[in-house]
Design a protein around this ligand. Structure first.
Ligand SMILES: [Zn+2]
Length: 162
């Protein structure tokens, strides 16, 4: 996906996440939007730095890089929180939304992984694809935030009496 797609994805995702976490629709929602939106948008821009340094869709498009961003806030308190969400959503959009995949296991394995539903980055359907991917991400986020899989598991458990 191109820069525009990644920024659109990050901004809409952040707005959705802010409403999921702070649904009041008042200034707490707005503060969450800024607190989430800035790091997520920065994170979403980061992986494509490898167009200039290293191999594009490989060097900064892999799980070890994502793991660094996930781990960083645990080691350096309060810094770079949520940036990993931007990096992750960038990967998701490249994998699901565009034709060419990314090398998730680089440098160990150079194979690029993608989903067959992706469209060409230059295609005029790429903005639509970005919105579809963002909505799907928000559904997953809502399921996680509201513990839906856990609730379903509990319901299933109690229905069979365990
Ligand atoms: Zn990319």
């Amino acid at each position: 996906m191109n820069k525009k797609g990644h920024v659109l994805n990050a901004v809409f995702l952040s707005i959705g996440l802010a409403y999921l976490l702070e649904p009041a629709g008042d200034e707490t929602t707005f503060i969450a939007m800024v607190a989430i939106g800035i790091p997520v948008t920065l994170g979403a821009l980061f992986p494509d730095v490898d167009t200039d340094f290293g191999k594009h869709r490989k060097t900064l498009h892999n799980l070890p890089i994502l793991a660094l961003f996930v781990a960083f806030p645990y080691f350096f308190d309060g810094n770079l929180q949520y940036v990993w969400i931007g990096v992750l959503t960038h990967y998701v959009l490249d994998i699901a939304g565009s034709k060419r995949g990314i090398a998730l296991f680089y440098p160990i394995w150079k194979k690029e992984f993608g989903l067959p539903i992706g469209v060409a980055v230059s295609s005029n359907r790429s903005t639509l694809m970005t919105i579809v991917v963002t909505l799907a991400e928000l559904v997953v986020a809502a399921l996680i935030i509201y513990d839906v899989p856990l609730m379903a598991l509990d319901a299933a458990r109690s229905s069979v009496g365990i």
